[in-house]
Design a protein around this ligand. Structure first.
Ligand code: AVI
Length: 328
């Protein structure tokens, strides 16, 4: 009852590195320098993100955990209400929070199988091993690959009703255009009776948000700066990482947390794989991440714009976080 399908190919490694090099070249050549947060998650970055999820100031993980613990019965009942289904977990990672729902679904004798999807083959192998230990009666089939390659594969190989999960406020890392395109594409893989559960971090006291992205122990800073280490490791960069620092800023009007890496002095950096040297002025910034925050009104609007109807909203006791169940 435990399978892994790996959609990545030997070439995908080489082309991923070439794409990384091209993005670094473009991002560091611009007037407003930027690097995409999607490059945070190499082995070290994924390890640091796991650590962030346990940082006291990073309330997102514990809040969503609270949502799931409090509402597990209703969530599971809603999912199973229309019959058999595949539970597809986009960006499953270690699936700590999903496990609460899995246990509840098993308890309710729901007819489903679990399909975690993640770009990290290591994470999926580890998850499958853990699930086999913890929930031996669970049917699961992990897919290693990009979300949309996985959804294409599933269209062909796993027909039937589907409930999709996109947890942890991962949707917040898209800018509004990327978010629309993501939701549109997801919608195109769904039919009547299917559901989508999306985790969203909510607008709240700005200081609370800011602290979550600038924790006292410096774990988030290390996570952000790992991007420079990764460029050094994979693309032959010569960043002196100590000469840069993490800076986080919350815009309460746009509802977006922005992370930057700031050069603390004039310096230049060569990145071999790009064949270029990049100049940094003292206090010049590289924008590295957006983490959008949501309101329930925005959750409804973005649903409507993309063909989803809000079926139910689940929140934690502080109302810090929402898991929004959409139906199509
Ligand atoms: C993965 N993602 C939802 C996290 C977030 O909150 O935007 C990544 C993160 N960045 C800094 N801390 C955590």
């Amino acid at each position: 009852t435990l399978q892994i399908t790996d959609l990545s190919t030997p070439e995908s490694g080489t082309s991923a590195r070439a794409r990384f090099a091209a993005d670094v070249k473009k991002g560091l050549s611009q007037h407003d320098k930027q690097l995409s947060s999607r490059y945070f998650y190499d082995g070290e970055g994924s390890r640091l993100f796991q650590k962030i999820m346990h940082v006291p100031e990073y309330y997102l993980t514990s809040s969503e955990h609270d949502v799931f613990t409090t509402h597990r019965q209703t969530i599971a009942r809603q999912m199973a209400s229309q019959g058999d289904f595949h539970l597809i977990d986009l960006g499953a990672g270690d699936a700590t929070k999903t496990r609460i729902i899995l246990e509840e679904l098993l308890e309710q004798n729901a007819a489903f199988d679990y399909v975690p999807v993640d770009i990290s083959g290591d994470a999926m192998a580890e998850l499958c091993e853990n699930l086999q230990q913890a929930l031996p009666e669970l049917h699961s089939h992990a897919v290693v690959g990009d979300y949309f390659d996985a959804l294409d594969w599933l269209d062909e190989h796993k027909p039937g009703r589907r409930v999709l999960l996109f947890l942890g406020s991962n949707i917040g890392n898209f800018n509004p255009e990327e978010r629309q395109s993501f939701l549109q594409k997801v919608r195109s893989h769904m039919r009547s009776g299917d559901m989508l559960l999306v985790g969203m971090d909510l607008c709240k006291e700005p200081e609370t948000i800011l602290r979550a992205y600038d924790d006292a122990a410096g774990v988030t800073a290390a996570f952000n700066l790992n991007l420079l280490h990764r460029i050094n490791r994979e693309l032959g960069g010569n960043f002196i990482v100590e000469q840069f620092k993490h800076f986080a800023l919350y815009n309460p009007q746009k509802g977006v947390m922005k992370s930057f890496i700031i050069s603390q002095q004039d310096q230049e950096v060569t990145v071999q794989a790009t064949g270029q040297t990049f100049q940094f002025k003292a206090w010049e910034a590289i924008h590295t991440e957006n983490s959008y925050k949501f309101t329930l009104a925005l959750a409804e609007t973005i649903g409507q714009e993309n063909g989803f109807e809000v079926k139910q909203v689940f929140q934690d006791k502080n109302q810090y976080f929402a898991d929004v169940l959409y139906a199509v």
